[in-house]
Design a protein around this ligand. Structure first.
Ligand SMILES: Cc1cc2nc3c(=O)[nH]c(=O)nc-3n(C[C@H](O)[C@H](O)[C@H](O)COP(=O)(O)OP(=O)(O)OC[C@H]3O[C@@H](n4cnc5c(N)ncnc54)[C@H](O)[C@@H]3O)c2cc1C
Length: 490
């Protein structure tokens, strides 16, 4: 049945199968856009603007971080001044199995998005590993997952975005209209040009299960050669690579995990209970997960970062309610700690050196990946390290995060703290990593702390293109600039 907006009735799950994903927006959506525009216009010029979101996966903590005090819509009390209630944009508007597309609110979490599409036997082409990463966050802040060698990054399967721009307009940007420059410059703009309210994305069919095989390597060079081979052949040792990522426990113990869609599963593992996914990689070489459990395999233990909370201790794990074994719970605990300087105070009292957060994802061309791993083990020494190969899906480049089409990169992710040598300033490790990434022809994501001098930053992240976009979509600078936000932490 079709309603006045041209969309079909929602099914029992609230999604609208059969609707053309980029069709007319429903009336409640249009009303929410108008209300948001009014709220934005009412913020006094010069006041900082922020999204009132319930969740975040940023790792730049401010003093008294605003996210801790947010009162997003649906809770009591108005949002603090300058904070935009975007709760109306937190759900899937329509899934169209026919065209394999979906129209999705910009603040929709991937958990909700994946649930809505899996009901139709479909998934977004790339589903970042943490459940509360939102589609808008992954597109403006970049995302990656084990399908990225096949399907690139999340923004590459966005066909259209409706954006509230810094100058208060709401525009639809696609690669082929008058806002194509904004469409291409939105990835890696981190909400400094505008906020994505609704996005049309492509979907792909899934099988019910994923068949995993873990391949072990005892040298970084051999591991990186295997990545290059998988990129060429689409498989390794006869196992198809619908998905591929890896875990380096040390330079002589590294694993690549290949996942192949499967219609059958002789057994199924479940890592949301006693067993822990990252530890399983060192165990039997073969495994089976449902597609949903595969997508969230890393979320339950925030990769391995749940360890400091004791959740990997079997006794505490049993007592820790299952519904709180999630990345967003752990992140809230870390945010609380950082806001109140708890672990820093304990360290200081015990006379230990200050710790530096070394929380980064970097992309390195596969041919230089082994060098990076050796540098990292020598200078930083943190483990495990997550490894995720990627290649741009198309020929198009994305100006604010320039990667070379056709080039295979490996994303290395490391998330922890390292004791600084006496007298070393904050940024001691991060700055070395930034230099090494540049020297190896790589690129660093900006969701965490960065220490680049301003001229170097703009040389790396295309300052001239960014300045043109800022002039066209936020000429009065109502939204913070990219350097201020990502390096100076505004
Ligand atoms: C430990 C850790 C591991 C990570 N691992 C991965 C990973 O494996 N794969 C991966 O893909 N990513 C990973 N990330 C990065 C994550 O995808 C980015 O931080 C992403 O931007 C978070 O999205 P969010 O929805 O939580 O946005 P938020 O954290 O709420 O916001 C991030 C930024 O995006 C802006 N923003 C948010 N929504 C919108 C919108 N709709 N329009 C415009 N701007 C918006 C905000 O203003 C802010 O500047 C990781 C991050 C951490 C901390």
């Amino acid at each position: 049945m079709t309603d006045v907006t041209g969309m079909t009735e929602p099914d029992a799950h609230g999604t609208r199968p059969g609707a053309a994903a980029s069709a007319a927006r429903p009336a409640d959506y249009l009303a929410a856009v108008a209300a948001l525009q009014r709220a934005y216009a009412a913020i006094p010029p010069g006041s900082p603007v922020r999204l009132a979101k319930r969740t975040s996966n940023l790792f730049r903590f401010r003093e008294a971080a605003p996210s801790a005090r947010l009162r997003p819509g649906g809770t009591t009390g108005p949002n603090p001044p300058g904070q935009l209630d975007v709760s109306a944009f937190d759900h899937v508007l329509c899934v169209d199995p026919g065209s394999r597309t979906a129209l999705v609110g910009g603040m929709t979490t991937y958990e909700d998005l994946a649930d809505a599409t899996l009901r139709h036997g479909l998934m977004p082409l790339v589903v970042p590993q943490l459940k509360t990463i939102t589609l808008g966050g992954a597109v403006t802040g970049l995302g990656i997952e084990s399908s990225s060698l096949r399907s690139g990054m999340p923004h590459e399967s966005v066909t259209e975005m409706e954006i509230l721009t810094g100058d208060g307009r709401v525009v639809r940007a696609s690669d082929a209209n008058e806002h194509a420059a904004l469409y291409r410059g939105f990835p890696n703009s981190y909400g400094t040009l505008g906020y994505a309210l609704a996005l049309t994305i492509e979907l792909e069919p899934v099988s019910p299960f994923v068949h995993l095989r873990h391949f072990r390597f005892d040298r970084p060079e051999a591991c990186m050669e295997a990545v290059a081979q998988i990129a060429r052949d689409g498989s390794l040792g006869g196992h198809r690579a619908d998905f591929v990522d890896g875990t380096a426990f040390s330079l002589d113990e590294m694993y690549l995990t290949l996942g192949a869609f499967s219609d059958v599963a002789p057994w199924l593992s479940d890592y949301t209970r006693e067993r822990i996914y990252y530890q399983s990689i060192r165990g039997p070489k073969e495994d089976f997960l449902t597609i949903r459990d595969y997508l969230w395999r890393w979320d339950t233990d925030w990769f391995w970062c749940s360890r400091p909370f004791g959740v990997q201790n079997p006794v505490i794990r049993r007592a820790w309610p299952r519904r709180y074994r999630r990345s967003d719970t752990y992140r809230k605990l870390v945010a609380f700690d950082r806001r109140h300087h708890l672990s820093a105070a304990v360290n200081a009292r015990r006379g230990r050196p200050a710790n530096e957060d070394v929380i980064q994802d970097v992309e390195i061309p596969v041919g230089r990946g082994a060098e990076f791993l050796r540098f990292f083990a020598d200078r930083v020494g943190m483990s495990p390290v997550w490894m995720c190969p990627l290649r741009l899906r198309g020929e198009r480049t994305w100006p604010l995060y320039p990667l070379r089409p056709g080039q295979v990169y490996v994303n290395f992710g490391f998330w922890g703290t390292v004791a600084r040598p006496a007298g070393a300033a904050d940024g001691y490790y991060n700055r070395q990593i930034e230099d090494e990434v540049t020297a190896l022809g790589g690129r660093k994501g900006l969701y965490s702390t960065s220490f680049y001098p301003e001229s170097e930053f703009w040389a790396l992240y295309n300052g001239s293109e960014y300045a043109a976009l800022k002039r066209d979509y936020d000429p009065e600078g109502r939204l913070a600039g990219l350097y201020e936000k990502c390096v100076r932490g505004k």
